[in-house]
Design a protein around this ligand. Structure first.
Ligand code: C2E
Ligand code: MG
Ligand code: MG
Length: 292
């Protein structure tokens, strides 16, 4: 009932993974407020790179909960809890604030990266979001074009009119919008036509299956073509092997993200990884110049 109400879909089939009212989940939901206040939520970063050159262009912020007793809790568990308990607003803002500060830090170290942050349904339907995002960008001194907000089509399905309104305002702020998990759930070609997103992220279920399954390979290749024909950039998520990377290169996919390049990393690990990588990249570039 809560899923149907929250998503305004009217009817939903019972699915235990969406159950947010089991005693264990309720207890966790109760602790989430404290976690936000005590900064137990940590933003991890997963690099994205150009498929053709391997150059790292940006990172996606992926939140984790360092729970004092349960250890690392993933966003699939607590983001839905936050969504159902009214804590999603503060959570989204905390992730955004942290990640923007981190990106500015990397700027100061000479590592300039774009940032992608995931939105949730309630944030996307929040008419106050564009104003807050704009102020936050200004406070951190970051150009809006460097921020990309990831949405999914199910978020739009719950209230298309309001979602389109908020998206239009976000666009006028200057941030970019990416369509996450494309090809699953509520995917619709009408959305591709109407949404005016800049980027499309191919769901990792296709990328992971692509090298073993012909239909998945066809879906990935066709999605890359379709997106390019529409003037969109394509990101493949869940790239786990060199073979998948190579296939994506042949397909002309723009960007890739996945365990093959790097896992999501805690801030200090991400900093070490990114600065090390940047040294390699600039070393390679100067070697090219010398040869040229
Ligand atoms: P997503 O935005 O589609 O993020 C990609 C997920 O795929 C991440 O899971 C990432 O760790 C995982 N992944 C990346 N590369 C690979 C790979 O090569 N193989 C495999 N098997 N998995 C890979 P994660 O971090 O557990 O996040 C799950 C979802 O939680 C995200 O899916 C996103 O929808 C949501 N989420 C994460 N952080 C936030 C946040 O700050 N706010 C909101 N609203 N949602 C978030
Ligand atoms: Mg995402
Ligand atoms: Mg995704």
């Amino acid at each position: 009932m809560y899923v149907a109400k929250g998503g305004r879909t009217g009817v939903e089939a019972y699915n235990s993974s969406q159950e947010s009212h089991s005693p264990a989940r309720l207890a966790l939901a109760g602790e989430l407020r404290r976690a936000l206040e005590q900064r137990e939520l940590v933003v991890y970063y997963q690099p994205q790179a150009a498929v053709a050159t391997g150059l790292v262009t940006g990172v996606e912020a992926l939140v984790r909960w360092h729970h004092p007793r349960q250890g690392l809790v993933g966003p699939d568990v607590f983001v839905p809890l936050a969504e159902n308990t009214g804590l999603i607003g503060p959570l989204t803002m905390a992730v955004l604030d942290n990640a923007l500060a981190q990106v500015r830090n990397w700027d100061r170290m000479g590592v300039h990266l774009d940032l992608a942050v995931n939105l949730s349904t309630r944030s996307l339907l929040d008419r106050g979001l564009p104003g807050v995002v704009s102020k936050m960008l200004a406070r951190h001194g970051l150009a809006p074009q460097r921020l990309e907000l990831e949405i999914t089509e199910s978020m739009i399905a719950s209230d298309p009119e309001r979602a389109f309104e908020v998206l239009a305002q976000l666009r006028s702020v200057g941030v970019r919008i990416a369509l996450d998990d494309f090809g699953t759930g509520y995917s619709s070609l009408a959305n591709l036509r109407d949404l005016e997103v800049e980027r499309l992220k191919i769901d990792r279920s296709f990328t992971q299956a692509m090298c073993e399954s012909h239909p998945d390979a066809v879906i990935v290749a066709s999605t890359v073509d379709l997106a390019h024909q529409l003037g969109l950039e394509v990101v493949a998520e869940g790239v786990e092997t060199q073979e998948a990377w190579e296939r994506l290169r042949q397909m002309g996919c723009d960007l890739a993200q996945g365990y093959f390049l790097a896992r999501p990393m805690a801030p200090e690990h991400a900093t070490a990884w990114l600065t090390g990588r940047r040294k390699l990249e600039t070393g390679a570039a100067s070697a090219l110049v010398e040869v040229g």
